[in-house]
Design a binder for this molecule. Structure first.
Ligand SMILES: [Zn+2]
Ligand SMILES: [Zn+2]
Length: 293
């Protein structure tokens, strides 16, 4: 018998500067989780085929474009893949699927269990490949409490974000419900506003790690408000107030390319245990650089 699930791998698929995608796995088992479906070319098909559940924050292209590769990597699997997202998710996932043709192969057995999370209710729909994906018939139920998904040894909570479109933030909680061992919060594409703050604080309270939107520097706070994102300073204030252990900044705007470290430094003034994954800037002309090294 395998022991309890341990989430040993937490991987920002594209670092802090590329499309948002957080891959969470206990390697060797078919139960990986993915928060956001940004570009995921850095994940091999066999890793995507390990997925048990996907959690979309919203449907902007940088959070949803990777969905097709996930479907393709899992289409021959005889399993259910759970897909969660905000209002509109059932229709949008269905439309994405229906943009392809599905010749009937009996081995294409994937079932998508899609759950749409609204403030006060859940809508569920089953999208079945073996039936060539007929139009879904969602079933509604009232929503009570923050938990939206439970699986062997963990649960996932959702809170409403405050973005330009319906948007959610998530927390992964490991361990038994009575005494959870660890909480990992994933918060992106939200303003740090009166409406979002209470739910986000509850979601991230005492987290071992908070992945948080830092799209802008605080000098661009007006843009952050306009486009409903957070600044690095706001992410740090959030981390401090929620009492998290570590803050990982994500989703840096490309306008800061070459100066991403300034966003980390800005947050560290308020919350010292702040990190980010910043790639070295690839050269525009590697051949020339090699000559002049
Ligand atoms: Zn985004
Ligand atoms: Zn967005």
């Amino acid at each position: 018998m395998p022991g309890p699930r341990a989430l040993r791998e937490l991987r920002l698929v594209n670092g802090s500067t590329g499309d948002p995608a957080l891959f969470v796995d206990d390697p060797g088992r078919d139960n990986a989780l993915l928060f956001d479906c940004g570009e995921n070319a850095a994940l091999a098909d066999d890793r995507l085929a390990d997925l048990e559940a996907v959690f979309l924050t919203h449907h902007h292209i940088d959070h949803f474009i990777g969905f097709d590769r996930i479907l393709r990597a899992n289409i021959d699997r005889d399993k259910a893949l759970h897909v969660h997202g905000p209002e509109g998710t059932i229709r949008k996932v269905y439309q994405r699927i229906k943009s392809y043709e599905f010749p009937f192969f009996p081995f294409q057995k994937i079932v998508l269990e899609v759950v749409e999370i609204a403030p006060d209710r859940l809508r569920r729909a089953r999208l079945e490949c073996a039936r060539r994906f007929p139009r879904p018939r969602p079933i509604e139920s009232p929503r009570s409490g923050p938990v939206v998904y439970r699986s062997d040894g963990l649960c996932v909570e959702a809170a409403l974000a405050d973005h330009t479109v319906p948007c959610l933030s998530y927390a992964l909680v490991e361990g038994p419900a009575e005494s959870p061992d660890a909480r990992i919060a994933y918060v992106t594409d939200t303003a740090w506003s009166e409406s979002s703050r209470p739910g986000l604080l509850e979601l991230a309270r005492g987290a071992r790690r908070l992945y948080c939107d830092a799209f802008y520097a605080d000098a661009q706070r007006a843009q952050a408000e306009k486009y409903r994102h957070m600044t690095a300073t706001q992410a740090a204030e959030f981390a401090r107030e929620a009492g998290v252990e570590e803050l990982v900044l994500i989703h840096f705007a490309s306008r800061y390319r070459g100066a991403y470290q300034a966003l980390v430094d800005e947050a560290r003034v308020i919350f010292p245990n702040t990190v980010a994954e910043i790639p070295a800037i690839p050269s525009k002309n590697p051949a020339r650089d090699a000559k002049h090294r």
